[in-house]
Ligand binder design. Sequence first.
Ligand code: PLP
Length: 312
Amino acid sequence: MNATVDTRTEIEWVSQNNKLVSYADAKISVMAPGLTFAALVFEGYRAYWSDDAQDLYIFRLDDHMRRLAFSMNLLELDDPPSIDTFTRDILETLKANDFKEDTYIRLQVYVDEWGSMLATGPVGSTVICRPRPRVSDFDTGKRFIVSSWRRNAENASPPRIKASANYLNSRLAGLEAKRQGAGGAILLNEDGTVSEGPGGCLFVLRDGVFMTPDVTSGILESVTRRTILDIAGPLDIPVAERALGRTELYLADEAFYCGTGQEIMPIIAFDGRQVGEGVPGPMTRRLQTTFDDIVRGRSDAYRNWLTPVYHG
Ligand SMILES: Cc1ncc(COP(=O)(O)O)c(C=O)c1O
């Protein structure tokens, strides 16, 4: 049994079609296009527990919602619920479960009932929240490989939207890394430049500049990646968004993987080649510390990125 299955038993309430139901009662049709043809888009958010405030803070909720709206738009769903309704669903579900620890929120929107590949409704939605502590490799970092799979292309299955269909590509790369005993994978795009990993974006440090593949490199427009770019300036850490060659991974002095689930995860090797000293680098550490202060409400400057759940 893995950790994901263990935490499931702790979930009492989920929201389905904008109403609270018990986890056991949340159902979709076995012939739903959301299942049979992956007509499903989703968002993953994190809510952070603050001991000081005795509150849970959802991180950059509005930015995730903007991406959800874009994903739903591209899927051409019939009249989906509004962003305000989804926001209410998330707050209700967190409160119903009375979570007082770091929590991951998955909101998914899909075509339900028996339907064809081109069905655009009826639209169903679910909000599932579960405890999710910080990953253990946050401190030690992970060894990555460059996958032999290519990132799905913008003009085939656009990585820019958070569609479950895109995660076949992610799964193939992730399984390849697992088979090789690595902690993660990086995919190259059709052009042969670096895109991202199965569930996160990438930054590498060269000559004192943290570089990340630009948004036309076949990546999800990650909220965490945006956050790093936003906070780097005030920290006097130079950053650049540009196409990144594979060999630049091997030349990196520091590197990290980032996303809502992984937060800022140091990468200590690519394809068995050590990154820098082979341990998480000092600039990565600085970003991790600043990020943690922000998400737990210890930084006044970025307070507007937090949505309080219990004392809002
Ligand atoms: C493919 C992919 N890229 C990047 C990310 C990081 O995006 P975000 O920072 O918005 O969570 C994720 C995870 O959520 C992802 O699944």
